[in-house]
Design a protein around this ligand. Sequence first.
Ligand code: FES
Length: 110
Amino acid sequence: MSAVKITFVEISGTEKVIENVEVGDNMMQIAQANGVEGILGECGGGCACGTCHIYVDPQWQEAVGEASEVEDMTLDMVYETRKPNSRLCCQIDVSADMDGLRVMVAPETL
Ligand code: FES
């Protein structure tokens, strides 16, 4: 398995650079395991709560991909802070082409 580097930018602006992320790992679980502030993950990754809301740096949107229909409906719950590059990070599993990925934690709205 190859490893990649991912950066989470917290709401405060603090950057959490996480090295050696395994391909296939889940972004929400990575954030929680590394103490990224603002990723609550209250539904445990079930795509039901919207508390793992992030913004994907535009240059990485293609590598990360689009939200599914179910994720899109859950993102509607956080409509006040939703942007075109919003994703729920529990719905993103790391792939090899995400090496260097940068995402911003969205403000809490729930
Ligand atoms: S952890 Fe609940 S939607 Fe992602």
